[in-house]
Design a protein around this ligand. Structure first.
Ligand SMILES: Nc1ncnc2c1ncn2[C@@H]1O[C@H](COP(=O)(O)OP(=O)(O)OP(=O)(O)O)[C@@H](O)[C@H]1O
Length: 248
């Protein structure tokens, strides 16, 4: 479970202050897929980076399975699988070596580590990629390696920043299927997107963020009811107050 409490974060950009997060609070529960939806610049990535411990909030806290990210960042990382907004691969390594490296960073070793790597390659149906260097991999193959490195340590929580960006239909389906399986196991999934259809298709709960604040939250049906709209897309636009920066 991931709990975000009253997060504030500002940046100084060319002497101007940009308020990226302005008191954002929400909870992403176990056994559910929670989507953070918001227009460009709403604060989604800043929120996720604060959650991984990459950024320090000016105010507020993030708890992962009850552990405060500032108090015990290593314990939080053990519990988090991270699929970042920009993923780079070490192209001189094979896919196996890349995943092995991340497993080692999480403190895995020996036979246990090897078994976990073999299992994740099997789960993601990517065994044939294992011993190829990742240079020249397609976007979908790169996505699979990134998923494998995020999940090899079997975290209970999985956080993804705009995961389907740049993926074709097949790769998007692979990713969605994997998220559904992860959810069935009772894990917590939190992902950000500004693609409404993706959020509508995947999420049990939706957190709508606008200007660094919570604009609304609920199931897709609850959000429609709240906005008095039949279509989720119309509800989103109404709740955000604009359709700027939101993709259909
Ligand atoms: N390192 C930084 N320095 C200055 N401003 C920043 C920095 N990171 C984020 N911001 C600003 O904070 C605000 C929120 O940005 P953020 O990337 O969190 O939004 P987002 O919802 O993820 O947007 P997008 O959908 O476009 O990725 C924006 O105004 C952005 O320009």
């Amino acid at each position: 479970m991931i709990e975000v409490n009253n997060l504030h974060k500002s940046f100084i950009d060319k002497k101007n202050m940009v308020k990226a997060l302005d008191g954002l609070s929400f909870t992403a529960k176990n056994g559910e897929i929670t989507g953070i939806l918001g227009p460009n610049g709403a604060g989604k990535t800043t929120c996720l980076r604060t959650l991984y411990g990459l950024l320090k909030a000016d105010e507020g806290s993030v708890l992962v399975d009850g552990i405060n990210v500032l108090e015990d960042p290593l314990a939080v990382r053990q519990r988090l699988g991270i699929f970042p907004d920009k993923f780079g691969l070490y192209e001189r390594l094979t896919a196996y070596e890349q995943v092995d490296y991340f497993a080692s960073l999480h403190g895995m070793q020996g036979a246990k580590k090897k078994a976990a790597i073999v299992q994740i390659f099997k789960d993601l149906e990517m065994e044939e990629l294992a011993h190829r260097k990742t240079v020249g991999f397609s976007q979908g193959q790169r996505m699979k390696v990134t998923l494998a490195q995020a999940l090899v340590h079997q975290p209970k929580n999985f956080v993804l920043d705009e995961p389907t960006r740049g993926l074709d239909v097949m790769s998007t389906r692979v990713l969605r299927n994997h998220l559904a399986k992860f959810k069935e196991k009772g894990h917590c999934i939190l992902f950000s997107s500004h693609v409404m259809q993706e959020v509508a298709a995947l999420c049990d709960r939706v957190i709508i963020v606008s200007n660094g604040k919570l604009a609304a939250q609920g199931t897709p049906q609850e959000l429609c009811d709240l906005a008095g709209e039949k279509l989720l897309e119309d509800a989103f636009v109404k709740l955000i107050g604009s359709d700027e920066g939101v993709a259909a």
